[in-house]
Design a protein around this ligand. Structure first.
Ligand SMILES: Nc1nc2c(ncn2[C@@H]2O[C@H](COP(=O)(O)OP(=O)(O)OP(=O)(O)O)[C@@H](O)[C@H]2O)c(=O)[nH]1
Ligand SMILES: [Mg+2]
Length: 340
């Protein structure tokens, strides 16, 4: 495999840049630049048709056919001489090199970005290999980087090994790697066809990136302070995300209980030194209710934890409240060996 990769790379000297498609959006104003980058099939299914006020969606893939179906503000087909536009065939090595080959154009695409979400499904080739490279490029451009990645089912042994390697590579770039375990999000028997069985995961990742972005740039019930966000995501250690959905009537305690009992990955949040909390509800969500939820949650954390939070309302979800808490700076034996 290595030889064929090297051979293709040699032949690729004439390849100057990846193909860029779709439409490019100019920054219309001086808002902080936020990018949401999908890598590989799953990453791009997540950001497909995602509309976020004040953020740009960027799709990166080696698979031309799949990329053609994705609606994003910018689309980059990377390493076409390496893969002939046919995908990385489950090889993270190709995914990694593919992004290296597209580095210059990705650097330009992420220039001046202050906040960059990177999303992928771990376990394949393109996303697993490319997400750490994209995250590093964004970080080198000075951006605060938050990675949101899907983790394979327990029985997908080969994919799990690749996923762990990808996770280790991501942790070498940033501690703000939020892992969403497929095993926790959907029943085993659910169909696993791309775009069908993964809808809940895609919605959750896309919804989280959208909620945080809009709570920074859009007038919200409570806006997230970008400097505070930078502080909580810069913590040494690992991160874990909890998600709670509750009836507004169950009060702050009910919402927090549901949130704390639903970690998206097998990491204990106790000992976290940072927390990013986001609350979404309908037009009936009040400031007082959000403050109560935050105080309940903070009560569960170490008193020295840096906390930043935001809240937004959207129509159609009246009577319900969703609490997303990303705890950061956790010392965990779950940290991949490569990072110790
Ligand atoms: N959330 C989500 N996860 C998916 C989807 N499709 C596949 N996955 C998961 O993501 C992992 C990676 O799959 P893909 O994203 O298709 O792989 P890729 O990164 O494109 O890699 P190559 O196709 O080998 O280049 C799989 O092991 C699945 O667990 C999807 O539509 N949404
Ligand atoms: Mg693919």
């Amino acid at each position: 495999m290595r030889d064929s990769v090297n051979e293709a790379l040699k032949n690729a000297r004439s390849e100057r840049e990846p193909i860029e498609g779709a439409f490019n959006k100019e920054d219309a104003d001086n808002r902080p630049r936020i990018a949401i980058v999908g890598c590989g099939g799953a990453g791009n299914n997540t950001i497909n048709r995602l509309r976020v006020t004040g953020a740009e969606t960027i799709a990166v893939d080696t698979d031309r056919q799949h990329l053609d179906t994705v609606q994003a503000d910018r689309r980059f087909l990377i390493a076409r001489s390496l893969t002939k536009g046919l995908g990385a065939g489950g090889s993270p090595e190709i995914g990694r090199r593919a992004d290296e080959m597209g580095r210059a154009v990705l650097e330009r695409a992420l220039e001046d970005t202050v906040l960059c979400f990177v999303t992928a499904g771990l376990g394949g080739g393109t996303g697993t290999g490319a997400a750490p490279v994209v995250a590093q490029i964004a970080k080198d451009q000075g951006a605060t980087v938050i990675v949101l990645v899907g983790y394979p089912f327990n029985e997908e042994t080969a994919r799990l090994v690749r996923a762990e390697e990808g996770l280790a590579a991501l942790y070498r770039v940033t501690g703000s790697v939020v892992v969403l375990d497929n095993n926790r999000l959907q029943p085993r028997k659910q169909p696993r066809l791309p775009g069908a069985g993964f809808t809940a995961m895609d919605r959750l990742i896309a919804g989280t990136a959208k909620a945080i972005s809009e709570a920074i740039v859009e007038p919200s019930l409570i806006n997230i302070d970008f400097d505070d966000l930078r502080t909580v995501t810069a913590k040494e250690g690992v991160a874990v995300m909890h998600v709670g959905d509750a009836d507004l009537g169950s009060g702050a305690r009910g919402a927090v209980r549901d949130c704390l009992s639903h970690p998206m990955f097998d990491i204990d949040f106790h000992g976290a030194t940072g927390a990013l909390i986001h609350i979404t509800g309908g037009s009936d969500l009040t400031l007082e209710a959000t403050e109560e939820i935050v105080s309940e949650l903070v009560w569960e954390l170490d008193p020295m934890t840096d906390v930043t939070w935001g809240a937004r309302t959207e129509s159609g979800v009246e009577g319900r409240v969703r609490v997303v808490a990303i705890m950061t700076g956790i010392r965990s034996s779950r940290i991949p060996r490569a990072t110790r």
